[in-house]
Design a binder for this molecule. Structure first.
Ligand code: SF4
Ligand code: SF4
Length: 401
């Protein structure tokens, strides 16, 4: 059994590294929910090995168990044998994607098409804004997909204000890459990051013709499309005259980091660049006497080697009260497209965090991952929880003097 762009021996060898110790099981959110082996990392690795060794044939059940995985990679962090779980799960999904139910296949194909096509994203956003303008936002929020779209500007400063105030004449060139989902939902973060980096002596551009990096396609098992997108992404950036290439959100960042050597050492995480610049500049922030829940996305832990970097960034704002989740290392359930395709699982996984938020009078929830931020936002809307969701950079841009 072969799948395009996948080396069968490499997958079997990677799966063979698993010594079946089970130390990863308590760290796996889907195992914690279902308590069955096939919803655990160890079970999924065994399934993929069986598929690639042709001891078992793909079927709908196997596909579903592999598809439920959030690709949070908590299992990789816990694994004493350093199993490369990510390539195993991507390969497993590639081999079983023909078993996807018709409904899920349609849902996933539409989502990937919209995310992978600039004009489709623009059209979708335009239609959603018209529907909102016509005053049917409440009905829109009943749809999971449309409930993820923002209907508010960033607090206190709107996007245009940020863009107008961004200086363009600084020396340090930075290419800021909005994620594909960000085109739909994250314009405000792009404007805020541009404004803040401009204050920090960076000359920021966001070229329109940069391809999707292919992260979501890869994790959905569309390996061939993902490889094509990745190669186009690399070649669209390779000759750009810039000091830094900075993905706006950690979902893309975690994926791009894996092939960042192809970007001539210019890749850097947004929060890391901002911290570096703040430490070199004489810049200060207005006080913000508010409680702020800090969500550290699973992808962020993979991009940065410093779990406390966002804390350090937000601590530049005087009077801010940062609150951490008790279950900080637990995935919120948004991984990949799961917040849309397996919303029942995603909703269960976020519930504990929502309960913690309800116990505090927090004004903000900050997250560096667009998928996680949207997942929180959708739940806040459902339950009328008056907490503003934003990227940490948005808060810094709002408070910078
Ligand atoms: S990536 Fe996350 S959800 Fe998937 S098996 Fe590992 S711990 Fe479980
Ligand atoms: S993936 Fe790692 S931690 Fe999990 S069972 Fe295999 S060897 Fe053990």
């Amino acid at each position: 059994m072969q799948s395009d762009h996948i080396n069968t021996q490499e997958i079997i060898q990677a799966a063979d590294e698993c010594v079946m110790c089970g130390l990863c099981l308590p760290h796996c959110p889907t195992y914690e929910l279902a308590k069955v082996e096939s919803e655990s990392p160890r079970g999924r690795i065994a399934l993929v090995r069986g598929l690639y060794e042709q001891h078992i044939q793909p079927n709908k059940n196997i596909h579903t168990h592999l598809d439920h995985c959030l690709t949070c990679l908590n299992c990789e962090s816990a694994c004493p044998a350093n199993v490369n779980y990510e390539i195993i799960i991507d390969a497993g999904r590639a081999l079983t994607k023909t078993q996807q139910s018709f409904n899920k296949k349609i849902q996933q194909s539409i989502l990937l098409f919209i995310l992978g096509n600039l004009y489709a994203r623009k059209l979708f956003n335009f239609l959603a804004r018209i529907l909102r303008f016509l005053g049917i936002a409440t009905q829109l929020h009943k749809s999971r997909l449309l409930s993820l779209l923002p209907d508010k500007n960033i607090p206190n400063k709107n996007r245009l204000e940020f863009e107008k105030e961004s200086r363009k004449n600084n020396d340090k060139r930075v290419i800021l890459l909005n994620s594909c989902a960000g085109d739909l939902t994250n314009d405000e973060t792009l404007a805020a990051a541009t404004y803040l980096l401009s204050k920090l002596d960076c000359n920021v551009t966001h070229p329109k013709k940069i391809n999707c990096c292919g992260a979501l396609h890869q994790h959905c098992g569309n390996i061939q499309t993902a490889t094509t997108l990745k190669n186009k992404f690399i070649s669209s950036l390779q000759n750009k005259k810039t000091e830094y290439i900075v993905p706006l959100t950690t979902g893309c960042g975690a994926y791009v980091k894996q092939f960042s050597d192809k970007l001539n050492g210019k890749f850097i995480d947004l929060n890391e660049l901002i911290l570096r610049q703040i430490e070199q500049q004489n810049i200060s922030f207005k006080p913000l006497a508010k409680k702020v829940f800090l969500h550290i996305p699973c992808s962020q832990k993979k991009v940065m080697n410093d779990d406390y970097l966002t804390d350090r960034l937000l601590s530049f704002i005087p009077d801010i009260e940062i609150i951490h989740f008790q279950d900080e290392n637990a995935c919120c359930g948004a991984g990949g497209l799961n917040t849309l395709i397996y919303d029942d699982i995603a909703d269960q996984l976020i519930s504990n965090k929502i309960n913690q938020i309800k116990q505090h009078n927090a004004a903000y929830l900050v997250s560096s991952n667009i998928g996680c931020a949207l997942h929180f936002q959708a739940r806040f809307r459902q339950e009328n929880i008056p907490v503003q969701v934003c990227h940490p950079v948005t808060l810094l841009a709002q408070q910078v003097l």
